[in-house]
Design a protein around this ligand. Sequence first.
Ligand SMILES: Nc1ncnc2c1ncn2[C@@H]1O[C@H](COP(=O)(O)OP(=O)(O)OP(=O)(O)O)[C@@H](O)[C@H]1O
Ligand SMILES: [Mg+2]
Length: 233
Amino acid sequence: MERLTTGIDGLDEMLGGGIPVNHAVVIAGPAGAGKTILSMQFVYTNLLKGKKCLYISAGEDPEALKANTKFFGWDVDRFIDSGDLVMMKPRLIDVVNLTSDFLEKLPHVVKRSSADLVIIDSITEFNDLCQTDIERRGRVLNLYEAIKDSGATGIMTAEASTDGDGTRYGIADYVTDGVILLRRLQSRDLSELLHVVQISKMRWIEHSREIRQYEVTDQGIKVHSKYSVIFSE
Ligand SMILES: Nc1ncnc2c1ncn2[C@@H]1O[C@H](COP(=O)(O)OP(=O)(O)OP(=O)(O)O)[C@@H](O)[C@H]1O
Ligand SMILES: [Mg+2]
């Protein structure tokens, strides 16, 4: 199975080489865990390898995102100019009529895209607009199929559930091909909260079940090696 590097060595190692091409994968985590940074790292690394990317930012303004990720040395302007990166901020709701066509439009945009990588940051806004769990399941499945049909590899970020075991709505976890969980754990001496990553699901491949610590550094996310400080004496 062909793989796409995530741009993060430790995570690629956990995945046995990267994310399988044409998988649609969820990255779930609490606020500020680094879901957007991880997505941009994935995008930037693959842009450098000649891939085309579509980044749908339902939360943050793409201009701010672009400017802030320059801090990590990821200057995406030239890829926007060349057309290899398309960044979009959809209108979630018409504030006058309180109506939304986001739920209908998103699968079409994804399906028509010729990108190798599609990022939806985040799918929580999409879920928030659905009225019932039945609608939510149907729409997430429809979106999943749009990614698969487009031939792209998809990353959907998502807010975590309260227990941190998956996504808040708990639907994308079942529908998609993989779930990468970002969590926070208290350090052994209780002095700080550590970030940890684990792959809770990745269809059709052998992957690590380890819980590894990671950090957000000035070069992006770095996942620690196997025997991490969290479990040492
Ligand atoms: N330059 C930096 N150096 C170290 N850590 C940083 C730096 N910039 C951001 N961070 C960390 O990354 C976090 C933000 O990452 P990011 O925006 O990717 O999170 P997120 O999971 O997408 O959050 P949200 O749920 O709000 O969208 C900050 O809370 C901070 O801890
Ligand atoms: Mg974010």
